[in-house]
Design a protein around this ligand. Structure first.
Ligand code: UD1
Ligand code: UDP
Length: 378
């Protein structure tokens, strides 16, 4: 591969889902400020509404939109379409490098398409590993595949650097830069609140403690999700002074399992996915977070919020080691017990709330830009 490129190099940024859009937005902004690079923003739209919501907040207008989301899409539907359609886009633009972020099917397929065209792949948020190829499924495999074919690996922490070295990635191809989610979060929480959002307005004057819940993992669909919904119901009934807020993921399978458990309970609010600025403010207003999300495990510790993770393992062990995140699985009784402890025991609460954020200082996008320019000799 020839990476001797002159100024105004085209760098393609390819993404498809909400978390990729959030974590790439600071990178796109940094590229836009740099006169020597021309960013080409390509969205697969593996997510539709949830992707558009983020691009709207960060005012990113994609150059290419493959618009591929379908209800009931399978992993191979997504992978097949992304590989063939991204291939055409790569042929059309012939970028000097392609940037992908994270572990979704869009990421894995876009990386393969780029590799096959001998376009160097830059992998942002490289090196996360749970150690279990089945969980998260298929994300653990996606990450490992991308690590085999990427040219530059931008790892968020030293833990992820070590994982990459263990997988045989050469040391000089790995750079620890923190996680760009902290850049995005800092930006979002520093923006003035939007007027008129009913939830923000309501929570400003509501003195109740808030439990924020989000769920979506494929391996939690079905019985695990029902079990989580039952726990939400039991907690709401056990603590009438608690407000539970559930911004529901757009996946209809998530809603089908949780909604029947909670729809008649007064102190549970379910909402559509919240716009990122609004979600960040809700996170800052919350007391406890119950989630199976990856990104929220990274964001909540930097706002001092204890996170109980609805999984048995995590590829983000740093915040668990720091004490701000605890893995609790999806058993209804366990969830109720763990949340109750944090609500009833001030000491248990503060030891989680005061743990440090291990995911960076909010300047990761700037480091990403510097490393890519050096790689491209510009
Ligand atoms: C995907 C990623 C997962 C990531 C998650 C973030 C894969 C295999 N999974 O999971 O790694 O953590 O995104 O949320 O890449 N839907 C909509 N509108 C949207 C988004 C989704 O209607 O804006 C519905 C559609 O019916 C879609 C379904 O949700 O078919 C599932 O979406 P999909 O991207 O396949 O999986 P996620 O569970 O969202
Ligand atoms: N998020 C959001 N609105 C919501 C729920 C989540 O903007 O209603 C953001 C959240 O702040 C985080 C990201 O979405 O940055 C996490 O996305 P998700 O949980 O879907 O994916 P994961 O991080 O698990 O891959």
């Amino acid at each position: 591969m020839n990476n001797a490129v002159t100024a105004n190099a085209k760098v393609m940024i390819i993404y498809g889902t909400r978390p990729e859009a959030i974590k790439l937005a600071p990178v796109i902004k940094a590229f836009e400020q740099d006169p020597t690079l021309t960013p080409i923003v390509v969205v697969t739209a593996q997510h539709r509404e949830m992707l558009d919501q983020v691009n709207g907040v960060f005012e990113v207008i994609p150059d290419v939109d493959l618009n591929l989301m379908a209800h009931g899409q399978t992993l191979n539907d997504i992978a097949g379409t992304v590989i063939s359609q991204i291939d055409e886009i790569l042929d059309m633009y012939r970028p000097a490098a392609a940037v992908v972020q994270g572990d979704t099917t869009t990421v894995m397929a876009a990386a393969i398409a780029s590799f096959n065209r001998e376009i160097p792949v830059v992998h942002l948020e490289a090196g996360l590993r749970s150690g279990n190829i089945q969980s998260p499924f298929p994300e653990e495999a996606n990450r490992k595949i991308v690590s085999q074919i990427a040219s530059i690996h931008l790892a968020p922490t030293e833990v992820s650097r070590t994982n990459l070295l263990t997988d045989g990635v050469p040391d000089d191809r790995i750079h620890v830069i923190g996680n760009t989610v902290i850049d995005a979060l800092n930006w979002a929480v520093s923006r003035p609140p939007r007027d008129g959002h009913p939830l923000s307005n309501r929570l400003e004057t509501d003195t109740r403690r808030v439990l924020l819940v989000t769920t979506h993992r494929r391996e939690n669909l079905g019985a695990h999700m029902v079990s989580i919904g039952r726990a939400m119901r039991q907690l709401a009934l056990k603590f009438p002074d608690l407000l539970i807020v559930w911004p529901a993921h757009k996946n209809p399978e998530v809603r089908a399992s949780i909604t029947p458990q909670i729809e008649d309970v007064g102190n549970i609010i379910s909402t559509e996915p919240l716009e990122y600025g609004e979600f960040s403010r809700l996170l800052a207003r919350s007391d406890i977070v119950l989630t199976d999300s990856g990104g929220i495990q990274e964001e909540a510790p930097s706002l001092g919020k204890p996170v109980l993770v609805l999984r048995e393992n995590t590829e983000r062990p740093e915040a668990v080691a720091a004490g701000g995140v605890k893995l609790i699985g999806t058993n209804t009784n366990r969830i109720v017990d763990e949340v109750s402890t944090l609500l009833d025991d001030d000491e248990a609460y503060s030891s989680m709330a005061n743990a440090m954020n291990p995911y960076g200082d909010g300047r990761s996008a700037e480091r990403c830009l510097t490393i890519i320019k050096k790689f491209l000799n510009i």
